[in-house]
Design a protein around this ligand. Structure first.
Ligand SMILES: NC(=O)c1ccc[n+]([C@@H]2O[C@H](COP(=O)([O-])OP(=O)(O)OC[C@H]3O[C@@H](n4cnc5c(N)ncnc54)[C@H](O)[C@@H]3O)[C@@H](O)[C@H]2O)c1
Length: 489
């Protein structure tokens, strides 16, 4: 094992420069053989070790913890937290199929530690799961692996059912069969309750589940399987439902990292609908603390909400982020788009039950957002190229890549060509795809000569190259977008 050079970092962590990590290769026939997951560009060495803040007396009956989805956003916070806070007591296995939204960088700084292991596997595959449970003699499971992006779930809902419902079922069945699992923590979301109207009280854990979008429905369905296994097979389970989580290490498809990265790259921010939908935001370090508190102080068989004080509308959030980059001319940068097929106005859960265990939200929204923006400014290349995600109001995933659907490209091209017609929001009627007809017609009319004829002036929001910060012409930007689309589809 190489020496670790500990350097204090402004984001509040420790930097690791000299760790030697074992070379891992993709499993033959595995879901992700992409080199970006297995080639190490070393970027993680400059990153702080970000975790929650609490720690407890270790539990005597917990030794080997499986965290599914451990290379994704929220789970990687939990993995780093458990590995570093309990180095003698707990061994942690991060199990992940390495989907497009994950990054080995998220836990690479742990890979030289004896109490950390990474397993490349799929929760929908019985063999992968049973093999892992047996090999590491798992006694505790935190199940976070899921398809998580609501926008994608409208167009690709069966893959959400497969990964979220079947995946949970396979994990439960495997845990039952293997017989060593004494604790099963299932991570869920406030979205399972559905929309909470303004003025309506915050929802307690026993409130009705009324999901309104396919992602939330699969999360609610997965909960039903968990409850069934607890009742039928006495599997010791806990369900944890959290507000929106944000912070460093999140793939830039969700609103905070997406808008941060788009602003950094001088790209427009696409807001769904009227932009007035609100969400409550909890910093990822506070979420890690909530998991740790529930593990050590919670009761098996219970459901816990994890809530936040900070409720912010999407428009307020976009404005706040722009102002953090010194941009006050919001009209030039924010583009309203059509809304989701259904978009819950707000969510509101009551986390009093968890607070009684001693957990508290420690990070204010302003502090958390500042730390998040600072981190993304330093680690813009964490996931490799992400323009297709940033430049699409409604991205889709095909073959493990994010691609921009035709509908999004129309709106984007309008932004890029600096068109004066904002009918995507305010004007022409929607066509069968829900897009503004006048935009569509205009873009259909747009031929290569239009692109070639675009002038060399930079447009607000799209005037800089995303990598080098160099000035880039509208013409070049459109050419780049088109070539990326061709390559990915
Ligand atoms: N991010 C939030 O705001 C939030 C809020 C509440 C609850 N949650 C829940 O927390 C969990 C993690 O969310 P996130 O935002 O970190 O997601 P994410 O999309 O960042 O990460 C998901 C991870 O799961 C992995 N994964 C997906 N399908 C898999 C499979 N079949 N087998 C193995 N690994 C698989 C992916 O590769 C990825 O690493 C999810 O269950 C989500 O529903 C998230």
């Amino acid at each position: 094992m190489g020496a670790e050079s500990a350097v204090w970092n402004t984001t509040g962590g420790v930097l690791y420069h000299d760790i030697e990590i074992p070379q891992l290769t993709a499993k033959p026939g595995s879901p992700s053989l992409e080199s970006r997951f297995f080639a190490d560009d070393g970027l993680w060495r400059e990153a702080p070790m970000l975790t929650g803040q609490v720690s407890f007396e270790p539990l005597p009956d917990v030794r080997n913890i499986l965290v599914t989805g451990g290379e994704g956003f929220v789970a990687s916070w939990l993995v780093r937290h458990l590995v570093t806070k309990y180095p003698q007591a707990y061994t942690v296995v991060s199990f992940d199929k390495l989907d497009y939204c994950s990054s080995r960088h998220n836990a690479r700084m742990l890979e030289s530690r004896p109490n950390f292991h990474f397993v490349h596997g799929d929760v929908t595959n019985d063999e992968d799961v049973v093999d892992c449970l047996k090999r590491y003699r798992i006694d505790t499971i935190f199940h976070l692996a899921a398809h998580t992006h609501v926008d994608l779930s409208f167009g690709n809902s069966k893959s959400f059912t497969k990964n979220n419902v079947l995946g949970t079922h396979v994990l439960l069945e495997s845990a039952k069969d293997v017989g060593t699992v004494k604790r099963f923590y299932h991570i869920s979301t406030d979205e399972v309750y559905g929309e909470v109207k303004t003025g309506q009280g915050d929802l307690k854990e026993h409130s009705l589940l009324e999901p309104t979008n396919p992602y939330a429905a699969t999360k609610a369905a997965a909960e039903m399987m968990v409850t069934a296994y607890a009742k039928s097979f006495k599997l010791p389970t806990v369900i944890i439902r959290l507000n929106n989580i944000y912070g460093p290490h999140q793939y830039p498809e969700k609103i905070i990292p997406k808008f941060t990265n788009a602003t950094m790259r001088r790209m427009p921010l696409f807001l769904h609908g009227d932009g007035k939908h609100t969400r409550r935001y909890l910093y990822a370090g506070d979420a890690a603390d909530a998991f740790d508190t529930i593990l050590h102080k919670g009761r098996l068989g219970e459901v816990y909400n994890v809530d936040s004080r900070d409720e912010v509308s999407n428009f307020e959030l976009a404005t706040k982020l722009l102002s953090m980059f010194g941009i006050n001319d919001t009209d030039s940068w924010i583009q309203l788009t059509r809304d989701r097929p259904f978009n819950d106005r707000r969510y509101a859960v009551d986390g009093e039950k968890l607070r009684k265990l001693g957990w508290t939200q420690r990070t204010s929204f302003d502090d958390g957002l500042a730390a998040t923006v600072e981190w993304y400014a330093k680690f813009a290349d964490w996931w490799g190229p992400v323009d297709n995600t940033l430049l699409a109001a409604f991205p889709v995933v095909k073959g493990g890549h994010v691609v921009k659907p035709e509908a999004s490209r129309m709106i984007e091209k309008e932004a890029i060509t600096g068109a004066d017609d904002h009918t995507a929001v305010a004007g022409g009627g929607p066509d069968h795809n829900g897009e503004a007809v006048s935009n569509k017609r205009k873009l259909e009319r747009m031929g290569p000569e239009d692109i070639a004829g675009a002038d060399e002036h930079t447009a607000p929001g799209v005037g800089r190259d995303n990598v080098n910060g160099e000035a880039i012409s509208k013409k070049r930007k459109v050419e780049l977008m088109l070539s990326e689309d061709m390559a990915d589809v």
